[in-house]
Ligand binder design. Sequence first.
Ligand SMILES: Cc1cc2nc3c(=O)[nH]c(=O)nc-3n(C[C@H](O)[C@H](O)[C@H](O)COP(=O)(O)O)c2cc1C
Length: 190
Amino acid sequence: MTTKVLILYYSRHGSVTALAEKIAIGVHKGHAEALIRCIPPLDQQHECKHPIVTMTELAQCDGLAFGSPVRFGNMVADAKAFWDSTTTLWIKGDLIDKPAGVFTSSGSLHGGNEATLLSMSLPLLHQGMLLTGIPYSEPELHQTQSGGTPYGPSHVSGHHADANLSIEEQRLAISFGKRLAQLSTALKHN
Ligand SMILES: Cc1cc2nc3c(=O)[nH]c(=O)nc-3n(C[C@H](O)[C@H](O)[C@H](O)COP(=O)(O)O)c2cc1C
């Protein structure tokens, strides 16, 4: 059966969406299926580019990439509320021993990009997931002048939240997706 990697994210202005779509390219390169899904928004008026995730999709994924914009140095409230709604799945242990990673976008270079990635990892660890980031064997990790971290892919969108992903940010997101797909397949067949 094909490996399914769930790319679960929230985005208001499109930067996290852009990263999610690059990660999906990497997942395909890693010969897995990418399921791009949105976190249910707290604001019902908020429109999302992809379908809203279901708990069944989350429970049945083989790997997970979780994305959120930086909000005051932390994940967006919608993402925290979503994880707070996963108690049933947590008790069943549906995500235990599945690979996972996190990605984000901030407005400024030192605006909490890495702190947000680390705090986003916490609910995944509580779910029993196996975290992966990006190793320094990826040359763009040494070269980037904006986003892209060992803790996971990231983007710096600028004061007006309109900067395109840099080449380095794109490549790191793609290599992260590929890595997650390969790890998910390896663990699925064990
Ligand atoms: C309420 C709020 C808080 C924010 N806090 C931060 C912050 O702490 N640091 C930062 O660099 N950017 C901050 N930003 C900017 C967003 O993180 C940034 O625009 C991000 O790229 C948005 O991602 P999106 O395009 O996927 O919505 C904040 C934006 C909002 C609306």
